[in-house]
Design a protein around this ligand. Sequence first.
Ligand code: AVI
Length: 310
Amino acid sequence: MRRSFADDVRDGLQKSQKELQPWYFYDSLGSALFAAICELPEYTITRAETEIFRLNNTTIARAFGSPERIVELGSGDAHKTRQLLEAVITRQPRLTYVPIDVDGDLLESTSRDLLVRFPSLRIDAICADYRDIASLISAGPKTVFLFFGSSIGNLDPDAAAALLREIRRILGRGDSLSVGADLQKPKEVVEPAYNDALGVSAAFNLNLLARINRELGGHFDLSKFAHRAFLNEDKGRMEMHLVSRERQVVAIDSLSMQVSLEKSETIHTENSYKYAESDLDLLARDAGFAIEESWRDSRTGFIDMLMVAR
Ligand code: AVI
């Protein structure tokens, strides 16, 4: 059984390096803030992937073959996926789309929009954490999995490898998984993407504390925390933290818990791994896939890959 928000908050805030899991960013407000991040000039991931789909959607759809089912992990507002769905439906009108997302409201509104735009599409939406994929999706018709937007970067390498293996177990030989990953780039380019001038990334990060206040009776004073995001070059990842501006003790009523924080102590909220292409190749091969095709954006900062099950 997947652990609850309450359990993860209790455990995470008792660790010596306090942490909160990034899956919990995405309540309704968090999803809206993430959609705003995607529009920021500093944050290139979404634009890069949109460009890849705009220029290559027919080629990508052809590479998918004619799937009967498309399963998307962390579908969000499925903004970028629409172009691909359109190209797939043109080839295969009897398609079932299975978006999986933790934000139920977003899942519902996105599904309604898609049905208006593609009346022949069948949608089986699942409100869940995609890390439970093995219990959510069973083996079946010819399937393509989509894992876009560099969401793979929010998993530690072991968890990413485990997820790809689970997906491989569901797929038949010749089925495919399409993954979008952000490529390694210099600090001067990658750090501003998580430290934007408007402060949207800071709000996205702080919303985790606001969510604890809303849902668990927390008493976090957001003005007593600062957003910090930096490139950890040794680990090849961006890290996001919330930094306590002063020594403080914060109560969380429904957990009957008091959280003590020293001045400058941090709560680690997210890792965002930036990949080298050779690592992606290894990851795919270890899980039983071969990268058959890949597409890069014009600045070559982002890659979408077609991994085919061997
Ligand atoms: C969803 N994910 C790929 C984003 C990222 O870049 O890691 C989440 C995000 N965190 C801060 N800004 C955006």
